[in-house]
Design a binder for this molecule. Structure first.
Ligand code: ZN
Length: 147
């Protein structure tokens, strides 16, 4: 199922949109690191302005993906708030308006390029810092000799 807005009449009044659909329309490969783990929720309204049809509303989805620091999988909620998409009215007149492509693009743009399991930081950062900064300082002995 795809997120489509049903438009049947030629004079199109505002319609409220409330769609919940399987994330398969996002067309992510099974072996992709980014896995959708919830339905995609689309809530808003669609209306016409002159020669355009406009959707505005909120889109929500949830993905599982590996942290760029510790490689642990974590859940990432992605939401588009007050997201707007506009298309020429002629293209969709009398048909279903398929929003899957623009929703897919907008959602994937929200996924950080460098995802971290704690949001801003990796949750395991302290754990990793221990390995990075603790232990022996290889040049300590050398410093003592020089000074
Ligand atoms: Zn992490």
């Amino acid at each position: 199922m795809k997120p489509c807005v049903r438009i049947q009449t030629s004079s199109f009044d505002e319609v409220s949109v409330q769609i919940q659909c399987r994330p398969s329309f996002l067309e992510l490969a099974d072996d992709d690191e980014l896995l959708p783990i919830s339905d995609v929720e689309v809530v808003g309204k669609a209306y016409c302005v002159e020669k355009s049809i406009i959707f505005t509303g909120n889109v929500r989805a949830c993905f599982s993906l590996p942290c760029a620091v510790c490689n642990q999988r974590f859940d990432l909620n992605v939401s588009l708030t007050e997201w707007t998409h506009e298309e020429g009215w002629q293209k969709v007149q009398g048909r279903e308006w398929d929003l899957s492509e623009p929703i897919r693009e907008a959602l994937l743009l929200q996924v950080p390029f460098y995802p971290r399991c704690g949001g801003e930081e990796c949750c395991c950062r302290e754990e990793i810092d221990k390995y990075l900064y603790s232990g022996t300082k290889p040049f300590e002995a050398l410093e003592k000799i020089i000074t």
